[in-house]
Design a protein around this ligand. Structure first.
Ligand SMILES: [Zn+2]
Length: 265
């Protein structure tokens, strides 16, 4: 099983030891995980937290909360510099491989910044991903229309992932048409998640991913506890029952999808 989205640094901030949990997760059947960035300058610290694991990859991006800043292009230029430094160190074997730009996107649930500023910050990061030949990891909250507006103007060349997909089938269809992968998190298992489940019932198997978004959003029956990558198994099992797909088939299909989107060997 693979957790395509977790946050080692936030886990540690919440008093959860990411190394300990990853060790346990790999012993329990996790084969790969992607540590996702939200902040400028967090790559070195996150790399240190996951350094001992060969199959933990990195992403780096600026969360929509940065969209209120004065000079968005220079922020993204700083992000680019940090990614290039990371990639150089990674080639020397000193840092885990970086496989995506993100998470970035639009969040209209919180009052981060104007929609237009959030769209600009997202588009700058899609540009960056295109320059680096990487996919993007997209965060979307209450922002379907403004997000589609950006994608129609500028759809990422190497594709991307709608992380923690929480919208309905219509939004999903539009994103699939643009080439995106759909990643389901623990909220798929929540009692009131009919809308998400209606998407999960229709998602094509070759565009499907799973994630924990650790330390947030623990799936049932772990809801309310801090999440960690091993809990992705609950979301896999839930989906396997929902779609009547055998677990082995689901696991190998999702692994193939992960390899495709992140260009893993
Ligand atoms: Zn996240």
């Amino acid at each position: 099983m693979i957790d395509t989205h977790f946050h080692s640094r936030v886990m540690r901030q919440k008093g959860v030891d990411p190394g300990e949990h990853l060790k346990r997760a790999f012993a329990e059947g996790l084969v790969c995980a992607v540590d996702i960035g939200t902040e400028l300058g967090d790559l070195e610290e996150r790399s240190g937290l996951v350094a001992e694991f060969d199959r933990v990859y990195m992403a780096a991006g600026l969360y929509p909360s940065y969209a209120g800043a004065e000079d968005l292009p220079s922020l993204v230029a700083e992000l680019e510099t940090s990614i290039l430094e990371h990639q150089a160190a990674s080639i020397r074997g000193q840092r885990p491989r970086l496989v995506a730009v993100g998470e970035c996107g639009i969040d209209l649930h919180w009052d981060f910044a104007d929609t237009v500023c959030q769209q600009e910050l997202l588009e700058l990061q899609i540009d960056l991903a295109d320059r680096l030949d990487l996919p993007v990891v997209i965060h979307s909250r209450e922002a379907d229309d403004p997000l589609l507006e950006v994608f129609r103007r500028h759809s990422p060349k190497r594709g991307g992932i709608l992380h923690c997909f929480s919208s309905g089938p219509e939004m999903m269809r539009r994103c699939l048409d643009l080439g995106f992968f759909i990643s389901f998190a623990g909220n798929l298992t929540f009692k009131n998640a009919e809308l998400i489940r209606s998407s999960a019932l229709q998602v094509p198997m070759d565009r499907l991913l799973f994630e924990t978004d650790s330390p947030y959003l623990s799936p049932e029956p772990m809801r309310g506890r801090p999440n960690h990558p091993a809990f992705v198994a609950h979301t896999y099992r839930f989906f396997s029952r929902l779609r009547s797909v055998p677990m082995e088939e689901l696991i190998s299909q999702v692994a193939a999808n992960v390899h495709r989107i992140f260009s893993l060997p």
